[in-house]
Design a protein around this ligand. Structure first.
Ligand code: NAP
Length: 497
């Protein structure tokens, strides 16, 4: 895998057979209305495949099957140890097909092949294996009831769960949703983002091959505004798990209220603070400041897009980060040396271009990048871009750009750094860099986010929960805590004569 060249990957891409049909009731099927749409390569603008464009009638069909299969108990009532075996086998099959899935993800999303092989596919397999292995080790409870009573507190699956995921980490977010929802015994209908349906469609068939009973998992590609909305309003769906923008998350809460009050868990946007004190390891902090924004082209919910730097080192530190940003010049995602690929599509690229104009109009200093590049490729590439002299009231400091754009904001005291960090509608992630344990820990404790790094950025793995405070969401993906989103607690109170 690691020794493959760009030519090797191009040859494999040319030979790849891409499945674009929906996955319903254990097999690939056309949308009932026969509609399709093209999925386009963000790297060159060319068509990758025709994909089923599912409508409300496909959703209704999947809900009916998913409900019947749930009620049958074929999966929901299977012993957790047996569900574990299926999940673990599924993870193994994903690993067996690692290069193929990594290639699909690279082509569909424009993610560098080094990332899809090194991060996305192994992490998806690990997520599924971990949830499977955990499920037969979770005990229910007996409450401290009076001696003539026995009170059981059990965790039961919700029933039919809809999962709606975005395009920026399609495989990872799919695994984060499917692993705990399936491990806990639910039937699941996944709607991938319209831009990036391919990896989810592929791994659904591997789940069947691993022994997941037909009808437990369905993957329906189709438009969020119609298919996604219909799922969110559907009275036959008991739980909705979502990763995407805060704007759509708010709509989904409304849909839940307008329909059956389905449990609705949201993982949403961010504008994360990355705070650097003068006493930090500046070399490491500068490298990670660049990683925090330019990894995945800045199309990362946890991107550390607000770099909040102690004034006494700001000028020097910004120069160091500018130097590091040169390591993130975009390239062909199929080249193993590429660190940053294109934006997902022309609309996202235009958003980035517009925000660069906004930043300049607001009076921030553009100190690196700022331009669309590689126009001849037909793809949507943009330089890593840094604004210095940013004020936290500016739009480039408040709004999620979702592109490779960093805003540098100065501070003089720790209190000021915390106030700037918390002055945001979001609360997803953040980091603080300092070699003073008191400063680092006090600041980390005061910043209101779901995940905080001390002297690292993007730290974490499947063992820790992931989710946001404030308008960054209300659910938790990953770890044993994710099981809470997909289960109801049921009390059984027994009295003895
Ligand atoms: P998005 O526009 O909110 O779309 C996300 C998903 O929702 C897509 O599948 C989309 O379908 C669907 N959708 C759109 N409108 C809908 C509606 N009215 N009803 C039901 N579903 C609907 O977000 P995105 O642009 O794909 O992703 C970027 C956003 O995701 C960013 O804000 C980022 O911060 C956030 N994100 C958060 C996390 C996290 O864990 N907190 C992780 C990754 C990304 P279509 O594709 O057909 O539009």
């Amino acid at each position: 895998m690691l020794d493959k060249t760009i030519q090797d990957w191009k040859s494999e891409a040319a030979a790849l057979e891409i499945e674009g049909r929906a996955f319903i009731n254990g097999r690939y099927q056309e949308a009932l209305a026969g509609e399709t749409r093209s999925t386009i390569s963000p790297a060159n603008g060319q068509k990758l495949a025709e994909v089923a464009n599912c409508g409300t009638e496909d959703a209704d069909r999947a809900v009916t099957v998913a409900r019947a299969v749930f009620e049958s108990g074929v999966w929901a009532a299977m012993a957790p140890a047996d569900r574990k075996m299926v999940m673990v086998r599924w993870a193994e099959l994903i690993e067996d097909h690692a290069d193929e899935i990594a290639l699909l993800e690279c082509l569909d999303v424009g993610k560098p092949i080094a990332d899809t092989t090194g991060v996305d596919v192994p992490a998806a397999a690990r997520t599924i294996r971990w949830s499977g292995e955990a499920i037969d080790k979770v005990y229910d409870q007996i409450s401290p009831a009076p001696a003539d009573c026995l009170a059981l507190v059990q965790r039961l699956p919700l029933g039919v769960v809809a999962a709606i995921v975005p395009w920026n980490f399609p495989l990872s977010t799919t695994a984060w949703k499917l692993a705990p929802s399936l491990a806990t015994g639910n039937s699941v209908i996944l709607k991938p983002a319209s831009n990036t349906p391919l990896s989810a469609l592929r791994i659904a068939a591997l789940a069947s091959e691993a022994g997941l009973p037909d009808g437990v998992l369905h993957v329906l590609p189709g438009p969020g505004g119609s298919l996604g909305r219909h799922l969110a309003l559907h009275d036959g769906i008991d739980g909705l798990t979502f990763t995407g923008s805060t704007a759509v998350g708010k709509q989904l809460m409304q849909y839940s209220g307008e329909s059956n009050l389905k449990r609705t868990f949201l993982e949403l946007g961010g504008k994360s603070p990355n705070i650097v004190f003068a006493d930090a390891n500046l070399e490491k902090a500068a490298a990670f400041a660049a990683i925090a924004v330019f990894y995945n082209g800045g199309q990362t919910c946890t991107a550390g897009t607000r770099l909040i730097v102690e004034e006494s080192i700001r000028e020097k530190f910004v120069d160091m980060v500018i130097a590091k940003s040169k390591n993130w010049m975009p390239g062909d995602p199929l080249d193993p040396a590429t660190t940053m690929g294109p934006m997902i599509d022309a609309a996202q690229l235009n958003t980035v271009v517009e925000y660069v104009d906004v930043g300049q109009a607001e009076g921030a200093s553009l100190v690196a990048g700022g331009n669309q590049i590689m126009m001849d490729s037909g793809g949507c590439y943009h330089e890593p871009t840094i604004f210095d002299g940013v004020n936290n009231d500016m739009r480039i400091a408040r709004e999620e750009i979702f592109g490779p754009v960093m805003s540098v904001i100065g501070f003089k005291t720790a209190e000021e750094a915390v106030a700037i960090a918390n002055d945001s509608i979001y609360g997803l992630a953040g980091a603080v860099w300092s070699n003073n344990i008191n400063t680092a820990h006090k600041v980390a404790a005061a910043v209101r986010v779901g995940t905080m790094g001390i002297n690292n950025y993007f730290g974490g793995d499947i063992t820790v929960p992931f989710g946001g405070f404030k308008q960054s969401g209300n659910g938790r993906d990953k770890s044993i805590h994710a099981f809470d989103d997909y289960t109801e607690l049921k009390t059984t109170w027994i009295e003895f004569d």
